[in-house]
Design a protein around this ligand. Structure first.
Ligand code: IPE
Ligand code: IPE
Ligand code: MG
Length: 261
C-alpha cells in the first residue's frame, strides 16, 4: 500500500515507533531476551565525561527497556549488569557500580509493582558489599508475588562460575550416593544452573559493537538468536529493541532440523 508521499507502507522510514510495535507479530515476540548492556564507558567518553556518568545513564536506560519489553509482551529479560571479571576494574569504578542497585532499585519498585514485574537475580551475593545485596534482595522480596514479566539481573555473574557450581553440586550428590553418573543429563545440568526457573533466551542483544559473549550464559545460549548493534547501551532506545525483534521475526530457527519442520 502506498501513502500520500508514495512510500510503501512497509518501509521502516515512514513507520513511527508505535506503528512498528503494532506491526510485530504478537505470537512471535521473543519470550526471553538476554542483554549484554555494554558501552556505558564509551558513551561517556564520547561526551568528554567520566565513565560513571555513563553508568548512571545506562542505569536509567534499564527503566526504559524494561517498560518497552513489558509492553511488547516479553516474558523475561536478563540484563548483564556486573560480570565476575568486572572486579578487575579500578576500585573506584567497582564501588560506583556496587552502589547502583541501592540508588536505582528502590525508586523503581513502585513502577515494577504497577507493571506486575518480578525482580530476580543470577550471580553470587557472596563477595558483594552488604548495601548492594540488601538492595537487590529488597527488590526481589517486594516484587516476589508479581506474576508478570521477570526482570532478571545478572550481577556478579559469570557463566563458567555458574557451571562450576552446578558441577560441584552434582559431584557431591554422586559422592553421597544419591545420584548415578549416568543420571546426569542435559536437563539435570540445566536444573542446577542459576537460570533453572527461566526458559532459554530466544534473543541475545549486545550493544556497543563488541561481538563476543564475555562469559554470559554460555550453556543457555546454545540455540539463541544473536543481535549485535554499534549503539551504546545508554542510547539503546525502544526503537532499537523493536529493530532487534523485527530481525528476530525474520529468522528461521531450525534447532538442527530442517526448514519448516
Ligand atoms: C557496560 O559498560 C557496563 C558494565 C560492564 C558494568 P562498560 O563499562 O563496559 O562500557 P565500555 O565497554 O567501557 O564502553
Ligand atoms: C560485559 O561487558 C559485562 C557487562 C555488560 C556487565 P564488558 O565490558 O565487561 O566485556 P569485555 O571486557 O569488553 O569483554
Ligand atoms: Mg564494556
Amino acid at each position: 500500500m502506498l501513502d500520500k508521499l508514495g512510500w510503501k507502507k512497509s518501509d521502516k522510514v515512514v513507520q513511527s515507533v508505535s506503528e512498528r510495535m503494532e506491526n510485530l507479530r504478537k505470537d512471535d515476540v521473543p519470550n526471553h531476551i538476554a542483554i549484554i548492556m555494554d558501552g556505558n564507558g564509551r558513551w561517556a567518553k564520547n561526551r568528554a565525561m567520566p565513565r560513571f556518568v555513563g553508568h548512571r545513564e545506562g542505569m536509567q536506560n534499564i527503566r526504559r527497556i524494561t517498560r518497552a519489553a513489558n509492553k511488547l509482551g516479553v516474558g523475561a529479560i536478563t540484563l548483564y549488569a556486573f560480570s565476575t571479571e568486572n572486579w578487575k576494574r579500578p576500585s573506584k569504578e567497582v564501588e560506583f557500580l556496587m552502589r547502583l542497585p541501592e540508588e536505582f532499585l528502590n525508586s523503581f519498585i513502585p513502577e515494577l509493582m504497577e507493571l506486575n514485574i518480578r525482580v530476580e537475580m543470577i550471580g553470587e551475593m557472596e563477595g558483594v558489599p552488604d548495601y548492594t545485596s540488601r538492595a537487590i534482595q529488597h527488590a526481589m522480596k517486594e516484587t516476589m508475588n508479581n506474576d508478570g514479566m521477570v526482570l532478571n539481573f545478572a550481577f556478579n555473574y559469570g557463566s563458567r562460575r555458574e557451571i562450576v557450581l552446578a558441577v560441584q553440586q552434582l559431584a557431591k550428590m554422586v559422592q553421597d550416593g544419591t545420584l548415578e553418573p549416568q543420571e546426569i543429563t542435559e536437563d539435570l545440568i540445566t536444573e542446577y544452573l542459576m537460570t533453572a526457573k527461566l526458559p532459554e533466551p530466544d534473543l541475545l542483544i549486545r550493544t556497543s559493537g563488541e561481538i563476543r559473549l564475555s562469559n554470559f550464559l554460555l550453556w543457555q545460549l546454545a540455540y539463541t538468536e544473536f543481535w549485535f548493534t554499534e549503539v551504546h547501551w545508554p542510547e539503546f532506545t525502544d526503537e532499537r529493541l523493536i529493530e532487534a525483534i523485527e530481525s528476530f521475526q525474520k529468522r528461521n530457527r531450525r534447532f538442527g532440523g530442517l526448514k519448516g519442520e
